[in-house]
Design a protein around this ligand. Structure first.
Ligand SMILES: [Fe+2]
Length: 293
């Protein structure tokens, strides 16, 4: 493939660290085409030692696709876009370990793909570390392209033409009923997507599945949930997981179409702040292949 950037593997099967790039300098014509080619090929990209201020972070995300405005989505009204903190720091200090705020962060510790419950799925999450704890707090990634390629034939046969239903409150209910019932968690109608997402650049299939997945079209409740759990467990076998221990200035970018991810716990009396922007898919990202109507 055509790219000129120096890379080293993150995991033997997927992901690369990209060297010698200052992400503040990326524009549509400068570096982005090379970064995008690596993104399509490797599904996860790490850039270390970055100083990605909110404006640069936003400009970079806009190159990938339309920004997800999470404040507007959770509040259900039009508010200005801001980069979203993934953090236990609040205006009142570090949130208590048993607070709804931290419980919601724990919802991100189930294997998931962002935004499968939205009208438009996410293409990418661009995360950067601002404050890291003394231990823990890793972000882990697994490739559902690799998972799909390695999957036993009987599981593949059940998923190949499947339609999977997604609901945000499904994942939150695993953590806390109170959390799952908040208006921000129940705002969106259940959303179906085809399970297999062919990459439009290289034709390789991946599995679109998440902790938000709660049913498989045409299967009984238990059978569908069992298949979802089996598929996620298969894709996230420990040997297929890349675990990223954050350093301040790291920027991790992943392809939501082709990966699962989860956060890991840390000592909650310590602050941990990542800044995140998701961009939505465009038609050119292969959306038609997973869309039902
Ligand atoms: Fe996430």
């Amino acid at each position: 493939m055509a790219h000129s950037l120096k890379t080293t593997p993150l995991h033997p099967k997927f992901g690369v660290a990209v060297h010698g790039v200052d992400l503040r300098e990326v524009t549509a014509s400068h570096l982005y085409p090379d970064i995008r080619a690596l993104f399509e090929e490797h599904s996860a990209l790490l850039f270390t030692g970055q100083d990605l201020d909110p404006d640069s972070h936003t400009r970079l995300a806009e190159l990938f696709g339309p920004l997800e405005n999470r404040s507007a989505m959770s509040q259900g009204r039009d508010v200005a876009f801001e980069v979203s903190p993934v953090s236990n720091e609040t205006d009142d200090g570090v949130a208590a370990a048993d607070s709804l705020h931290v419980l919601n962060l724990q919802g991100n510790m189930l294997w998931h793909t962002d935004s499968t419950f939205l009208p438009l799925p996410a293409l990418v999450n661009i995360l950067t570390a601002r404050v890291v704890p003394s231990s823990g707090g890793a972000t882990e990634l697994a490739s559902t392209r690799i998972g799909w390629a390695e999957m036993p034939d009987d599981m593949r046969a059940r998923l190949k033409d499947a339609i999977i239903w997604h609901r945000l409150s499904n994942s939150r209910a695993e953590i806390s009923a109170e959390l799952a019932n908040l208006p921000a968690m129940t705002r969106w109608p259940d959303r179906p997507w085809r399970a297999i997402w062919p990459n439009p650049v290289n034709g390789r299939d991946s599995l679109l599945i998440a902790s938000h997945s709660f049913a498989v079209e045409g299967m009984g409740h238990d059978e569908g949930r069992r298949l979802i759990a089996e598929a996620i467990a298969f894709c996230t076998r420990p040997e297929n997981v890349y675990s990223h221990q954050w350093q301040v200035g790291d920027v991790l970018i992943w392809d939501e179409r082709a990966t699962l991810h989860r956060g890991r716990p840390w000592p909650y009396e310590e602050a941990r702040t990542l800044m995140s922007i998701c961009s939505s898919v465009r038609d050119s990202d292969g959306l038609a292949a997973v869309r039902i109507v």
